[in-house]
Design a protein around this ligand. Structure first.
Ligand code: FEO
Length: 169
């Protein structure tokens, strides 16, 4: 049976995933206002994926008979300095999320909750991709330099991102 401690921590993570989506939407809105619609598209898609991450966690908790806690989602930052600032903050945020997922895994391992360990492995793997995507953005922007042409080139690439729902548990 899943412990109360595990349920509490996972409920918090569910909230954190919703917060991530909220944070990325605030970035999308800022980028949209700067007419960087490709960047904005990328962050809108990212926000949809974060909602999926949150829902996957909720679905698991419901399935194992846990009482899910619905915590308040804090307001995200809404003012940014530049697209590079946004991309760097995205990488920092994803690194933070990885550390939170590892803490969940620590608890599951301490409690020998093998089912939850197996479930959380998906998030461990997903975070590799999340960090890779975010650092890829920072690197591409660095390569594009500070020219308007470079920025628009990357913006154009980011317009191609399409949302694909994850498989719900
Ligand atoms: Fe849900 Fe971007 O990690």
């Amino acid at each position: 049976m899943i412990s109360k401690k595990m349920v509490k921590q996972m409920s918090e993570q569910m909230k954190n995933e919703f917060f991530s989506g909220y944070y990325y939407l605030s970035m999308a809105a800022w980028l949209e206002a700067k007419n960087l619609s490709g960047f904005a598209n990328w962050f809108r898609v990212q926000a949809q994926e974060e909602r999926d991450h949150a829902m996957k966690m909720m679905n698991y908790l419901v399935r194992v008979g846990a009482k899910v806690e619905f915590l308040a989602i804090e307001a995200p930052k809404v003012v940014f300095e530049s697209p590079m600032d946004i991309c760097k903050k995205t990488l920092e945020h994803e690194q933070l999320v990885t550390s939170l997922i590892y803490k969940l895994m620590d608890t599951a391992q301490e409690e020998r909750d093998y089912k939850t360990i197996q479930f959380l492995q998906w998030y461990v793997d997903e975070q590799v991709e999340e960090e890779e995507n975010a650092s890829g953005l920072v690197e591409r922007l660095k390569m594009a330099g500070s020219t308007e042409g470079g920025l628009l080139y990357v913006d154009n690439e980011m317009a191609a991102r399409v949302y694909t729902p994850i498989t719900a548990e």
